[in-house]
Design a protein around this ligand. Sequence first.
Ligand SMILES: [Mn+2]
Length: 298
Amino acid sequence: MFSWIYNHGIFLYSKTFGNKEKLEDPAWGIVGVPFDGTCSYHAGTRTAPTMIRDSSYSLEEYNLTYKKSIGNGSFYDLGNIDVVHGSVEETCSRIENSVKELSSLNLKPLLLGGEHTITFPALKALSREYNIKDITLIDFDAHCDMANTCQGGKFNHATVMRRIFELGPKEIIQIGIRSASEEEYEFIKSKENIRIFEPCELNMDPSSSIRKVIDSIEGPVYISIDCDGFDPAVIPNVGNPFPNGISMDVFERILPELCKKECIGFDIVELATNVLGDSSSVTASKVVYDFLTLMLNR
Ligand SMILES: [Mn+2]
């Protein structure tokens, strides 16, 4: 009904789920997580899901980057999780329950953050369905987020990868890293199943080393895109901007390699803007659109 209405409240080209029962075939379920409770510098990630959805209305159905159409693909926009701004613990528990519910409907989580902390409860929920020991986490990020605590808290956007490491995944591969404390860097170097790729090496040679690593990944993969992994010229409005990041061109070349894998979940986090149509929101929206285009045309 009303096919002539454009609903700017949902990601463009997505379907609304309504009161459906469990889907026969797996599909992607977009869920916004408007949380910025532990942001340590510039706040504003709580408005990012709205900005990402709205910016999707500037994207053509035909994705010229990959010469494929996003079409009427199998993905649904289910709205936002009712987060609790004063409580990271309660918010994480709601995210975990929501992702479990998505799984029960045969939907794979595609989370629109929100701060980076949200990746932890998502993976925790998925580790009931998949063995965590088999899951590889791809973390696109400027910061390694491996601190044990930050601002006195264990659950924080700067400790999220440490908490995920403690869950015991097969491997954490971090792309775009260029900021860490000495302690975090020593921690990473001491672990065989954490690998980092710095932007300087990827921007010069985007296909060789990373392609071999991605090729060698077996088993389920969760992709987490922290917008600060990009160069601030690409996405300036993030919670903790850091210079000299990954270019869009390099990202567009790495993403198709990742999308050949068995992706069980995806999130985009740390976008911090409330400006309609700014380049940060449009680029973040394009990342989601690129991911969906590639996943739906496999
Ligand atoms: Mn991060």
